[in-house]
Design a protein around this ligand. Structure first.
Ligand SMILES: N[C@@H](CCC(=O)N[C@@H](CS)C(=O)NCC(=O)O)C(=O)O
Length: 184
């Protein structure tokens, strides 16, 4: 049976609706995000950035780990760091609120990636996957972020290892042969 960990929010409802549509049986565990239950260690094991909703499908674990981290890049790392680029790098001084909000979220992303990479060699497990490839170019903008990549030891270890791959060096410089991932 599918396990659903969720809360009564906009994002929280989309998975229960989907599971009802496809007529799957599921067991619900409520995560009270107002009480900070999403930050508990047990929950963080199944949710990359302490977000609800989460499902566990006990039948398809490996593929789900990769998809989970790829979705986290598409739905969170990219959009949030992208906003940080807009407020902090391209338009400083235009909105104190926007600058602070996305700076804080970006810092949280660094912290959470660092924590994940303290327990796992790559984002989705022991192997380098599309989830790492999707996330790497965002962290390669670390100079724009002003968060201090080198303070995050596990994220730096991951970043340096990926930066040294021949395919990454070639793919990174595909439009400008002098462009290399900046050192932490
Ligand atoms: N990309 C996710 C985002 C989920 C999300 O932002 N969930 C919020 C509640 S609606 C959450 O868990 N917030 C808790 C937190 O950020 O600490 C989705 O689209 O479902």
């Amino acid at each position: 049976m599918i396990e659903l960990f969720s809360a009564n929010t906009t994002n929280g409802k989309k998975i229960s609706i989907m599971l009802e549509e496809i007529d799957f049986e599921y067991k619900v565990t409520k995560i009270d995000i107002n009480k900070g239950e999403q930050f508990k260690a047990e929950f963080k094991k199944i949710s990359p950035f302490s977000k609800i909703p989460v499902i566990i499908d006990h039948k398809k674990n490996d593929k789900l780990q990769i998809n989970q981290w790829l979705m986290a890049q598409m739905g969170y790392i990219g959009p949030m760091l992208g906003q940080h680029h807009q407020f902090h790098h391209y338009n400083p001084g235009k909105s104190e609120f926007g600058e602070k909000r996305y700076f804080d979220i970006s810092k949280r992303i660094y912290e959470e990636l660092d924590e994940r990479l303290s327990a796992s060699k790559f984002l989705s497990g022991d192997n380098y996957t599309i989830a790492d490839i999707g996330t790497f170019p965002w962290i390669a903008r670390h100079e724009w972020h002003d968060i201090g990549l080198s303070k995050f030891k596990n994220l730096t270890r991951w970043y340096n290892e990926i930066s040294a791959r021949q395919a990454v060096i070639k793919g990174f410089s595909f439009m400008d042969k002098n462009e290399f991932p900046p050192k932490p």
